[in-house]
Design a protein around this ligand. Sequence first.
Ligand code: MN
Length: 166
Amino acid sequence: MKHHLKYILPLVVIFLVACNGNKKAESISQKNELLFPRGDKNTTDNFEGDVWVKSLVDADSINQTAVGNVTFAPGARSKWHIHPAGQILLATDGVGYYQEKGKSKIILRKGDVVKCPPNISHWHGASPDTAFVQVALTGREKGATVWLDAVGDDDYAERAARKKIL
Ligand code: MN
């Protein structure tokens, strides 16, 4: 019997260590630790609902792309807007929406990537029940973002047709 213990005991130890590791992973995701700082609460009228913006990289003469982390509370969204040099969105947490004018709204989840073409009116934001976090890479070489109308409740509530763009 003792003979078997020396084989079984290491397996039990490995099992317990693995379980403990899983618990640690769970507690980290439950704490919802932030990938980037949430930043300051938006005070412009370019958004509706509670939105936080943290600039990560300012555009300059060498890198003409601004990088920012944007956190949308459930139901929060941008107005319709245009980026003269386009934009790339990297979804890092939660469940969000993205819609281009004349197209169906799509659902964004962690790991999804969206390429917003230059001069195409669009909006992005959180889904009604879940917050959404995105990193936005915005080309500044052709000028600042042009802000348009608020997103109507009908557009916001419209059923999303596709889950992913890529
Ligand atoms: Mn945009």
